[in-house]
Write a protein that binds this ligand. Structure first.
Ligand SMILES: [Zn+2]
Length: 363
């Protein structure tokens, strides 16, 4: 089965050639580091078990392992210093910051700092979905990469909004930054780098299945969605948001397998060699056999079928082989773009950048 890579795959492949030697080197380092970590974990656990509770040595060990334990180290491996979690409230109790270094995986690391009950899995999923715009996480994340994050806890322990993410990548030798900002474009918020350029791509309005959405929460091939990866692009949006067909075509199916898909529409586009699917709708406005114009409204978004938050699942399939899925941001017939913060909002955006960065510095 062909699964398209994430939207930045082309960029990634180009880098890959340049960094082939670096890859091999980092792979060796990474293997060594894992062996070291495994060894250290055993040492650490042994130390914890053998020491009385009130010596204070346990916390020293968890901060700077290399100074406390004499672990033999190959010269090429830098010891991992695990930054102590630093949650800090800003004005309201609901805004927190964390800074940490990746160890084993994003989820593993986040769950070492905030508990499962407090939604560590959900927070790491939020971080992961933002990071897909920077890199292929599975291939490019390294032990010791450092992350600063400012986030807001919304209602319920599973609900988060990332306000700032700063990711220092050893592989790419740079720091990726994302700041949330929504004071323009009718509140259609997004993540921008410190210069005001949007991180995520958008499909041009005339071709977009949805024009107003909160964020893209999953791309095709997203393996967090299970075996084989996710087959569509998920747009988080309020129930009742208008859904359009980006291309001319004919409705081939409506409301099949409602239990899983919810209210749904499939449109055939023979000229483009594709079918498009729209799932979890609240209302379907077209019938099977109906001819559709490009840009015509076909439905309203919803939360029906197997879903736990309102969103549109938009899928582009090869019409001869439905297992071949296209990523809308690399699909040749979809034009995409990124926004820039407009000049009249730039000052306010810079203030936001400063504010979120100060949260991290103070913590
Ligand atoms: Zn989906």
């Amino acid at each position: 089965m062909h699964i398209p890579a994430s939207s930045l795959s082309d960029q990634h492949i180009q880098r890959k050639n340049k960094f082939r030697f670096g890859f091999v080197f980092l792979f060796i380092v990474s293997v060594g580091l894992n062996i070291f970590l495994l060894f250290f974990d055993q040492q650490n656990n042994a130390a914890v078990a053998s020491l009385p509770q009130d010596t204070g040595i346990v916390s020293q060990i968890s901060v700077k392992p290399s100074e406390v334990l004499e672990v033999p180290q190959p010269a090429t491996i830098k010891p991992v210093s695990f930054t102590v979690p630093s949650g800090r409230a800003l004005e309201s109790e609901a805004i927190h910051s964390l800074n940490f270094k990746i160890r084993n995986s994003l989820n593993f690391t986040v769950c070492r700092m905030i508990t499962r009950e407090n939604g560590c899995a959900a927070l790491s999923a939020h971080l992961g979905r933002l990071m897909v715009w920077f890199m292929d996480i599975k291939k490019s994340m390294r032990n010791g990469d450092s992350i600063d994050v400012v986030y807001q806890q919304l209602e319920g322990p599973e609900q988060f909004k990332i306000l700032k993410l700063s990711y220092k990548s050893q592989l790419f030798g740079k720091t990726f930054e994302a700041y949330y900002f929504d004071e323009f474009d009718h509140g259609n918020g997004g993540y921008f780098d410190s210069e005001g350029k949007e991180i995520a791509q958008r499909i041009v309005e005339a071709q977009s299945p949805i024009r107003h959405y909160i964020e893209i929460t999953s791309l095709p091939g997203d393996f967090r969605k299970g075996v084989g990866g996710h087959s569509g692009t998920d747009f988080k949006a309020k129930v009742g948001t208008p859904i359009y067909s980006g291309f001319a075509g004919k409705v081939t199916r409506a409301n099949w397998n409602v239990r899983a898909n919810g209210y749904c529409v499939e449109i055939d586009h023979p000229k483009l060699g594709i079918k498009t699917l729209y799932l979890h709708l609240s209302r379907v406005k077209v019938k099977r056999g109906q001819t559709i114009q490009a840009g015509q409204q076909i439905a309203e978004s919803g939360n029906t079928g197997r879903t736990f938050a309102p969103h549109l699942h938009y899928e582009i399939q090869n019409r001869k082989n439905r297992k071949t899925i296209y990523n809308p941001f690399t699909f040749k017939h979809h034009k995409s773009y990124t926004r820039n913060i407009p000049p009249q909002h730039y000052q306010s955006f810079q203030k936001t950048v400063k504010l979120y960065s100060s949260v991290i510095k103070e913590s």
